[in-house]
Write a protein that binds this ligand. Structure first.
Ligand SMILES: C[S@@+](CC[C@H](N)C(=O)[O-])C[C@H]1O[C@@H](n2cnc3c(N)ncnc32)[C@H](O)[C@@H]1O
Length: 253
């Protein structure tokens, strides 16, 4: 009798151990799908190389550094909120200053973030030649230390699709902390038909200029991760197969 009980106990212990192992492996898988806030995966070096190889000058759409568009930035922001002269704005991926040229005269200060001095020097030259005196260039690697708190708005166009998801999350978390209460993000994301949302990300190396899609529900998760209120997502069909989602996330307090 005692032996029988001992046998059963041994079997039960073995089952418990197996269950624990299975639980640990499922928990591990779930954890690996959780968004990482620290910016672990990064394609920053890839972009530094693209800029050192004169990205805008060689790009088939940009065809060099010149004044075009830009006004669409002002219009996109005004869909969601009024632009006020006392505002301090951060522009993620400012490039040579195309949209900053239109935004800077309407606000107090623009912090333009980009990957290295090759492109930031071009932005400073492009903007100062056109009379913009309230632009501060900021290196992507040091933006959390360089940009002061008290931002009213974070803006970005044609940038999020070119970054790893970790870098995007890091921008929303770090710049979200610098927003004043009532301040917000107006940022454009790409969403291409047939996107594999969970399975895709920008390669860290050798990926050139990637195109990463974000679904509506991933954007809901992004706002939540950064502690921001998702006020609205406005969607445009930009080609037969691509949508642009414009998010407006606000810091409530
Ligand atoms: C397609 S361009 C768009 C530039 C500008 N927003 C425009 O519409 O003219 C993408 C820009 O994002 C910049 N970029 C790439 N990775 C970045 C990062 N991690 N942080 C900030 N900017 C980045 C690139 O250097 C480039 O200037």
């Amino acid at each position: 009798m005692i032996n029988k009980i001992k046998d059963r106990l041994r079997v039960l212990r073995r089952r418990l151990k197996a269950l624990k192992g299975r639980f640990a492996s499922v928990a591990g898988k779930l954890r690996s799908r959780e968004p990482k806030a620290g910016g672990h995966r990064s394609n920053l070096d890839e972009w530094k190389q693209l800029q050192n190889d004169h990205y805008f000058e060689n790009h088939p759409c940009y065809k060099g550094i010149s004044e075009f568009g830009g006004q669409e930035a002002v219009e996109a922001i005004q869909w969601f909120l009024p632009i006020r002269p006392e505002m301090r704005i951060a522009v993620i991926g400012c490039g040579f200053g195309r949209e900053t040229l239109k935004l800077a005269p309407l606000v107090k200060e623009v912090y333009g973030i980009d990957v290295n001095s090759t492109i930031l020097d071009k932005a400073v030259a492009f903007l100062s030649e056109r009379g913009v005196g309230n632009f501060t260039p900021v290196l992507a690697e040091t933006f959390p230390q360089t940009i002061p708190s008290g931002l009213d708005l974070v803006f970005s166009i044609v940038v999020m699709q070119h970054l790893t998801r970790d870098l995007v999350r890091n921008y929303f978390i770090e710049l979200g902390r610098k927003l004043t209460a009532g301040g917000g993000f107006v940022v454009q994301f790409l969403d291409v038909n047939t996107a594999d949302y969970e399975g895709t990300d920008a390669p860290e190396h050798g990926g050139g200029e990637p195109s990463v899609s974000w679904s509506h529900w991933q954007l809901v998760g992004l706002a939540d991760l950064a502690g921001l209120k998702l006020v609205e997502i406005r969607t445009q069909l930009v080609t037969d197969v691509a949508l642009w989602h414009w998010v407006y996330f606000r810091k409530e307090k």
